[in-house]
Design a protein around this ligand. Structure first.
Ligand code: BG6
Length: 475
């Protein structure tokens, strides 16, 4: 395990909210090496002590839990202030840390990736076994992603590049893979002959909140679908790899991403909805709308197909949005009706198809919808009713922040939960087809009230569970 972490973007939102708290937890649980040190790199001019004071203030919760632990970790941090566009200054400021293999983590906007990588290379910090970790988004479209990937490959080998998608670090997402690949029951039916549709929903109650600058250049499609949602889709739809090593899984995910049917301008109006939240009430609190001169969407619904043998003709519906009625991440697999229906009550066509609903956030539950008749048919006719087998995972151990797992994997050199260059590019290629069709047809972002399930036009894209109703809150 490497013991030096260089963290670029150390005073940024991600570092303060997730990365440093993750490091505190890992340090508490003795999951970091004894000689661990952190070089925090940022633009702001701060001394080591000033940076530590800033961090203490921004990690008040951690400090309250265990002040001594936080102080112990703070003592391992050195702060370096440098202009992240100036490669020569980066090299000069950091070369003294090139005394052994290290992990450099770029928690910065993508337009700084290449400057930082070049500076690190010049400092000798990408040699030998050293690794580079990058936050999403990798670029803004296929062309910019390719440029970044090519520039990175000029600095170090792909086997030492770790692209983060924090959804892959979530235990619930790993459980999705375990359920899918560890059960004969599902292996037997996991294809178009038995599955009618797949829904993936990532609903947030949070708004853009303070990230307007970044978000206005991206929108929901690029911010959430290109990465988190396509990774979920790929894990659900990929062929089982023959072994669980990093490249075997990533090969299979890439094949799925490349088989996604590109969106055409003729299809885009029927198969997508763009939305943008207006003022409303979320979780009992009045909130403002997203007001910005850019026309980006804060909600997107897409119906797509994976053009291969396993998934021919099965719609995959992806829906994500900010300021929706509830926070919920779930995958719903709807099965086809039974081949022959024997019952009068309900009549054929009125039965509810079997559904597997895997809820990943905020709570973790698995629900299997079945038809059954628990009451004995003493009065002659048998009446079937929808029933549900529920498995609550609430008794599972305390969940870690997704970044904890990913930081440990990066320090150890395990790439399984990181995204490879060709996966990122395949995802952008499909996203570009949607962005292109939207701009050719000038598809507008429709207003929806904050606290609803999105524009009314998106209703048919919402999962067929829970009575989701767009345009006006949950039913
Ligand atoms: C980030 C997006 O990658 O994921 C955010 O940039 C989004 O806009 C966040 O809010 C959602 O992550 P989680 O873990 O809260 O579901």
């Amino acid at each position: 395990m490497h013991d030096t972490l260089l963290l670029f973007g150390a005073t940024g939102d991600l570092s303060q909210r997730y990365l440093f708290p993750s490091l505190v937890h890992l340090w508490r649980d003795r999951l970091l090496p004894a000689g661990f040190r952190i070089v925090a790199v940022g633009r702001q001019e701060l001394s080591d002590d000033e940076f530590r004071a800033w961090l203490r203030e921004h990690m008040a919760g951690e400090v309250a839990d265990d002040p001594a632990l936080v102080e112990d970790l703070l003592s391992k941090i050195a702060y370096v202030s440098v202009d992240l566009r100036d490669e020569t200054s980066i090299a000069a400021a950091l070369s003294k840390y090139a005394d052994g293999p290290s992990v450099s983590y770029l928690a910065t906007p993508p337009d700084l990736f290449v400057h930082c990588a070049n500076g690190l290379k010049a400092a000798g910090l990408l040699e030998g076994e050293s690794r580079l970790v990058l936050e999403k988004p990798i670029g803004r479209d296929l062309a910019s992603a390719r440029e970044i990937n090519a520039a990175l490959r000029a600095c170090l080998d792909e086997s030492r590049i770790f692209r983060i998608d924090h959804y892959l670090g979530k235990a619930a997402v790993q459980n999705l893979l375990a359920l899918r690949l560890g059960n004969t029951l599902l292996e037997a039916v996991w294809e178009h002959r038995w599955i009618e549709s797949v829904d993936i929903l990532v609903a947030e109650t949070a708004g853009v909140d303070g990230r307007e600058g970044y978000y206005a250049g991206y929108g929901a499609l690029r911010d959430m679908v290109q990465n988190h949602m396509l990774q979920l889709l790929a894990l659900i739809a990929m062929e089982p790899p023959s072994v669980l090593d990093a490249d075997s899984i990533r090969d299979e995910k890439r094949k799925v991403l490349r088989a996604l049917r590109p969106m055409s301008r003729d299809d885009v109006a029927a198969r997508t909805v763009r939305g943008r939240y207006d003022a409303g009430v979320v979780e009992g609190r009045a909130v403002k709308g997203f007001v910005h001169e850019s026309t980006v969407e804060t909600f997107v619904a897409v119906e797509t197909y994976i053009d291969n043998w396993r998934w021919a003709g099965v719609p995959f519906r992806l829906v994500t949005g900010k300021r929706l009625a509830e926070r919920a991440t779930e995958v719903v697999v709807s099965f086809r009706p039974t081949s022959h229906w024997l019952f009068e009550r309900p009549r054929r066509g009125r039965e509810r198809p079997n559904r597997l609903r895997m809820r990943l956030q905020p709570d973790e539950t698995i629900e299997l919808g079945l038809m059954g008749s628990l009451a004995a048919p003493e009065w002659g006719a048998m009446e079937l009713k929808p029933m549900s087998l529920d498995l609550s995972m609430s008794g599972s151990p305390q969940r870690r922040i997704a970044y904890e797992r990913l930081l440990v994997d990066a320090l150890r050199g395990n790439q399984t939960l990181f995204v490879r260059d060709d996966e990122v590019e395949a995802a952008w290629q499909w996203i570009d087809s949607i962005e292109g069709a939207w701009s050719q047809t000038e598809q507008p972002a429709l207003d929806y009230p904050a606290g609803s399930w999105g524009p009314a036009e998106a209703e048919r894209f919402l999962p067929p569970t829970n009575g989701y109703k767009s345009g006006g809150g949950s039913a």
